[in-house]
Every structure is written in structure tokens, then in C-alpha cells.
Design a protein around this ligand. Structure first.
Ligand SMILES: Nc1ncnc2c1ncn2[C@@H]1O[C@H](COP(=O)(O)OP(=O)(O)OP(=O)(O)O)[C@@H](O)[C@H]1O
Length: 259
């Protein structure tokens, strides 16, 4: 799946002129951006500004919707080299395994807690039965869910609470060991204590996979981001480093511009 490696080794993703239309209406306007290895990027902006749409460009999920048209280029640096993910002939199933996504609303499968994770490990990674149990436990421990579900692994996942389902979805994605991780409001359904633990997990994970997260919490964005992308009406208004967005006056300007 890899193309020729780029000379630019300090980047892990480069987007040029990314544009997305839904039913003839432009919702993302020519976005240019760069991601850097080991840096967690957070996208912020008003509701409807195009945050989720931008996130979905990284695994070409917008095209899943009817009457969606995307253009521009997006090159991602995978372990085996650079890949222009909008070129023809890309294997989308493989792309979406390497670029994992956790959605704003939990998308559990109609199976048990355990099978929500093990099924994909079997189907996608072709893991033998002997490895499944350990992988399931490890993924559930990472997201601090193991102690809550270890005695009901065979229970339908649908009976878990919203916050537990959210962590199960994250565990399922992490179990597949993605190289890029897209998170849409990763802590929206979680109580403060668990949200804090998930934030700690993300800070640890960012050295192992490239994370891009959407957040509605400006405080969370300030805590997590190594790079902040500010969207307004589908355009990338600012790309800020911590040195910029941690300054109180710059932050105030930003809030005024955004809202
Ligand atoms: N599948 C789709 N079909 C048609 N329009 C869509 C689709 N997905 C998004 N849009 C439109 O694109 C625009 C941006 O939506 P998007 O979900 O990316 O915004 P957002 O910033 O993530 O919003 P929120 O913060 O409310 O989740 C909206 O006007 C939305 O109605």
C-alpha cells in the first residue's frame, strides 16, 4: 500500500486543499494542514464548523455518505512509508484499520462485550483464538473498563452505560493497533474521573500513534493539544502551537474570533 517515502521525515501527515461537499454544499473549504509525529492535534470550532468532516477526511469516511464529493490531497506517513490516501485504488478497509476512528456516539456491535473486540481481531487481524482473550483484557484495561466488565464479558454490550460503551469503542479501536487514531469528542460521555484517565491514556498513546481529536472543551484542548486547529465555517482559521494558545491574551482573541 505504500508509495515512495517522502524526504520530509518530520511530518506524519500533509493535507493540501482538502475540500468536501455534501449534496452540492461545500462544508470544508480548501484546508491545508500538517501533522507532526508524536504530537496530539486537537480540532476546535463552533457546532457545524466542519470538525467531524475534517476528521473523517483522514479515513475517507465522508465518502461513505451519498452525494459526498471530496477533493485535494492528504498524505499520511505510515510505518511503511507515505501514502496519498485520495489516490485511486486505495484499499479502504485497510486504510480504516490503519486509521482507527472512535465516533462521537458509541457504535457498539449487537454482541457481547468481549465479542465487540474479539470479532474484529479475528476478522481483520486473523488472530488465533488463543490470543484473543489476552488482547481483549489488555484493551479493556487500557481504557479503564476491565474492572467494571470483567465479570460480564458475555453480557450484551448494549446494556453498558453510555460512558462504558464509549470506552468499549475506544478499546475496540485500540485493540487493532491503528497507526492514526481519530477521536470525535473522546470524553463527552464520561465522568470527570474517567475522563481524566482517558486524557492520561491519550498523552501516553500519542508517542505510539498519531492522534487527531475533536473537542468541544476548550480546557481539554489546552490540556492535550500540541497543535490546535481552529475551524470556522468549514475553513481552517488558525493553526496554533501551545506557545501561542497558552497565552491568555491570544486565547481571549481566539474565543472572540470563534464565538
Ligand atoms: N453526511 C452528511 N450529509 C450532509 N451534510 C453533512 C453530513 N455530515 C455533515 N454535514 C454537514 O456539514 C456541516 C459540518 O458538519 P460537521 O459534523 O463536520 O460539524 P461539527 O463541527 O463536527 O459539528 P458538531 O460540533 O455539532 O459535531 C454541517 O452543516 C452538517 O450538516
Amino acid at each position: 500500500m505504500a508509495t515512495q517515502p517522502s524526504n520530509n521525515l518530520i511530518l506524519s501527515a500533509v493535507a493540501k486543499n482538502l475540500t468536501v461537499d455534501f449534496v452540492g454544499r461545500r462544508v470544508l473549504h480548501g484546508v491545508h494542514l500538517e501533522l507532526h509525529p508524536g504530537q496530539l492535534t486537537v480540532i476546535i470550532g463552533r457546532s457545524g464548523s466542519g470538525k467531524t468532516t475534517l476528521l473523517r477526511t483522514f479515513n475517507r469516511l465522508n465518502e461513505h455518505y451519498p452525494a459526498c464529493a471530496s477533493s485535494g490531497t492528504l498524505k499520511l506517513h505510515f510505518q511503511d512509508g507515505w501514502q496519498d490516501i485520495y489516490q485511486d485504488g486505495i484499499n479502504l478497509a485497510e486504510l480504516r484499520q490503519r486509521v482507527g476512528m472512535v465516533f462521537q456516539n458509541p457504535t457498539i456491535l449487537p454482541f457481547s462485550v468481549e465479542k465487540n473486540i474479539s470479532l474484529l481481531l479475528k476478522l481483520i487481524l486473523n488472530l488465533p483464538r488463543s490470543e484473543l482473550e489476552g488482547r481483549v483484557e489488555s484493551a479493556l484495561r487500557q481504557v479503564h473498563l476491565w474492572s467494571e466488565v470483567k465479570n460480564r464479558l458475555r453480557t450484551p454490550a448494549a446494556v453498558l452505560s453510555g460512558g462504558q460503551q464509549q470506552r468499549l469503542c475506544l478499546a475496540r479501536t485500540l485493540a487493532l493497533e491503528p497507526e492514526f487514531l481519530l477521536l470525535d469528542e473522546p470524553t463527552a460521555n464520561l465522568d470527570f474521573r474517567i475522563a481524566q484517565k482517558i486524557e492520561e491514556l491519550l498523552l501516553e498513546l500519542k508517542t505510539r500513534c498519531q492522534i487527531v481529536a475533536v473537542s468541544h472543551s476548550l480546557n481539554q484542548a489546552r490540556r492535550l493539544a500540541d497543535q490546535l486547529l481552529v475551524l470556522k465555517n468549514g475553513s481552517l482559521m488558525s493553526t496554533l502551537s501551545p506557545a501561542e494558545f497558552q497565552q491568555p491574551e491570544r486565547w481571549q482573541d481566539l474565543l472572540t474570533e470563534m464565538f
